[in-house]
Design a protein around this ligand. Structure first.
Ligand code: AMP
Ligand code: ZN
Length: 673
């Protein structure tokens, strides 16, 4: 094929692929099979390889062509990306309508109702129809350049063609990047299989996906978009929001089909009502509805408060409540022996999922609410939160229902259950309790502890059931039982090999990981590090007196006593002896005296999502720089490091007048040398 033939064919292929991408990703109505589509892509790729200078900047082959970004550049938003005021009731919505009409001197108003997609907002810039830049919202004033990552999203047009209306030479559109519930489930199923931590909810998963350094990773998240705003629409000749949405659709952006033009607040309320149940059937999550004044001139006249547009509001549905009955109360034994009661419920649909259990926390909780087996209870579930029992419906209590008594013996081992004074928890005191062992081993292997990859719940249970292990130290002798491992369900040569290698690698873990992994009550990662840094070896900790433990700054008496009690127990001795014999590292670098580094003496609180570091990484980094990473803001906080979507800690810092640093400022000041 000669050059000009190639040029023509590339053009044809690009147009065809763009068309089929649109049908597949935006319209959800593919006309050709995946194989046929791949064939077109392959042909285009080959041609581009042969004639590299003919590759167009909007070529569909370039969706994952971008190089990994070492860091995301800042993008100023002009105008800023706004957030929305909230309404929680019909009354709030009527108030909003009243304010709007007053603001407009009593003129008639039309409203556009939309779904509030629970993802993260994005801003896309097109120049002469070509997608040139995409950014996250950031703090609304400045976001991050995630162009290469956005490019991977199939529904996002890499080029906009005239449709009904020409494409403005400079066009900025805004909307939401999100993940479908089904995609989240599939990704989580795969993660669970690999024994990796799960994605918490579609919103976090989407946010995390857009902030990947490598666009190929973003692609794996299979994100999607809905666009809902044309920036500076009035200047571009639009008169109302509704026609902006229609035009976005004509330009082949993905626009949410569920929208409604309403002529009065009553019509709005009707629409709101119609979503109360229907919202759970959507393939993606919404966190409410958005109501916007339709006329752009009216929007302009209403303007903004210091925080929100006066012409729009978000309606949030109340947390859902349902009645169901308590079929029974079952007990779960944790790794420290804490026994947690859980209500087994008659299955009930609530907030889009079927709920069968609700935690009852402890004995007092059950007593205060007087929850009895057979009772009808009101259950509430808000967003991702675990369902909780709001109250008992006393009128429906069966005549024979009796107050619930906490059992005296452990459901797993029959050992005695005790409740220590001043504690809410009830515990199984038998340290050989199999349920505790199971939890203890899971904790030992978990990511923040020894981090044994691939050792998940089912496998630990199987190892215990088959008697291959009795405690965590036995993991290090599993290589002697290769044959039996191969006999386990779903354990082939390869997985046994991987498991043994993963276990083996943890022998070299730093001391603080092992201390944390032991599961000593009250000893979290922070205390484990303090102990490791202070004593420098397991032996020194074992020998430490209570006074010595109490003398460690930052280690409270509760922790000190618990450490003492742990090492005093013969069972702990036995476990440590086995771990030692297995060659597990028991020494660390001893750090005494004041910490050194640019953050020496400082306490830093992190809030929000950072682009360079995960939460664990940044905390580790702060420590490496000589500082302390704290969980909550107090007067002692030196500064707050605020990432994207910061939480209430930011407000707290502002309230206390504590300095707040952006990620960039932090990076430039303390990390970059
Ligand atoms: P909030 O974060 O609660 O203040 O709500 C504002 C956010 O809602 C915006 O930043 C958008 O990310 C998001 N949002 C989702 N869907 C829409 C929509 N249809 N119109 C406007 N904002 C929306
Ligand atoms: Zn027990």
């Amino acid at each position: 094929m000669n050059r000009s033939e190639a040029e023509r064919r590339i053009e044809e292929l690009t147009a065809a692929i763009r068309h089929h991408e649109y049908l597949y990703y935006v319209k959800n109505e593919p006309e050709i099979s995946d194989a046929e589509f791949d064939q077109l892509m392959l042909e285009l790729k080959r041609l581009e390889e042969q004639f590299p200078d003919l590759r167009r900047p909007d070529s569909p082959t370039q969706r994952v062509g971008g190089a990994p970004a070492p860091e995301f550049a800042k993008v100023p938003h002009q105008p800023p990306m706004y957030s929305l005021d909230n309404a929680f009731s019909e009354e709030d919505l009527r108030d909003f309508d009243r304010r709007v009409r007053e603001g407009l001197g009593g003129e008639p108003v039309e409203y556009v109702c939309e779904l509030k997609i629970d993802g993260l907002s994005i801003s896309l810039r097109y120049e002469d129809g070509l997608f040139v830049q995409g950014a996250t919202r950031g703090d609304g004033q400045t976001g991050e350049d995630v162009t290469e990552n956005l490019r991977t999203i199939g529904s996002l047009p890499l080029r906009v063609e005239p449709a009904g209306r020409p494409v403005p030479p400079r066009l900025i559109v805004r909307g939401e990047a999100y993940m479908e519930k089904r995609v989240l489930e599939e990704l989580n199923a795969a993660l669970a299989e690999q024994g990796k931590p799960l994605l918490q909810n579609p919103r976090n998963a989407a946010a995390g996906g857009l902030r990947q350094k490598d666009p190929r990773k973003t692609r794996e998240r299979r994100l999607d978009t809905f666009l809902y705003q044309v920036v500076d629409a009035e200047e571009l000749g639009f008169t109302d929001h509704w026609s902006c949405l229609q035009q976005l659709e004509a330009w082949r952006f993905k626009v949410n089909p569920y929208r409604q033009l309403c002529r009065s607040i009553d019509e709005v309320l009707e629409w709101v009502e119609s979503w109360r149940e229907r919202r759970f059937e959507l393939p993606y999550e919404i966190d409410g509805l958005v109501i916007k004044v339709n006329s752009l001139a009216q929007q302009r006249r209403l303007g903004f408060t210091s925080k929100f547009p006066r012409w729009a509001i978000a309606y949030k549905f109340p947390a859902e409540e349902r009645e169901t009955t308590v079929l029974g109360i079952s007990l779960d034994v944790g790794r420290t022996g804490v026994v947690t009661p859980t209500a087994d419920l008659a299955p009930v649909r609530i907030a889009g999922t079927t709920v069968k259990r609700a935690t009852l926390h402890n004995e007092d909780y059950i007593r205060e609410k007087d929850i009895r087996i057979g009772d009808t209870v009101v259950i509430r579930k808000a967003g991702e939160i675990i369902p909780e029992v709001v109250r008992v419906v006393l009128e429906k209590r069966p005549a024979d229902a009796v107050p619930w008594q906490f059992p005296k013996t452990c459901p797993a081992c029959g050992g005695e259950l005790v409740r220590l004074e001043g504690e809410a928890a009830t515990r199984c005191t038998n340290s050989l309790c199999p349920a505790q062992q199971y939890r203890a081993i899971l904790h030992f292997a978990s990511r923040d502890a020894m981090n044994i990859e691939g050792l998940g719940e089912a496998l630990v249970q199987a190892l215990l059931d088959k008697g291959l292990i009795a405690d965590a130290a036995d993991l290090y002798r599993l290589h002697e039982r290769r044959e039996e491992l191969l006999g386990l369900e779903r354990m082939g040569e390869k997985s046994v090999e991987n498991l043994l290698a993963a276990i083996d690698a943890t022998r070299q873990n730093p001391l603080h990981r092992l201390i944390f992994a032991l599961g000593i009550r009250h000893v979290g990662e922070r205390a484990a590090r303090l102990l490791a840094d202070h004593f420098g070896s397991m032996e020194a900790i074992e020998k430490a007196s209570l006074d010595e433990l109490l003398a460690i700054p930052g280690l409270g008496p509760k922790i000190a006593e618990s450490v003492q009690a742990f090492f005093a127990s013969p069972r702990s001795h036995q476990l440590l002896a086995k771990l030692r014999a297995a060659g597990v590292n028991m020494v660390g670098e001893r750090k005494t005296g004041p910490a050194e580094g640019p953050l020496a003496g400082m306490t830093v609180v992190v809030t929000g999502t950072l682009s360079r570091w995960g939460r664990k990484e940044i905390e580790e980094l702060i420590r490496q720089l000589g500082g302390k990473a704290a969980g909550s803001v107090s007067k002692k906080t030196s500064f707050v490091l605020a990432g994207e979507s910061p939480g209430s800690k930011l407000a707290k810092a502002q309230e206390l007048g504590i300095p707040v640093l952006t990620e960039e400022e932090f990076y430039n000041r303390y990390v970059q040398e």
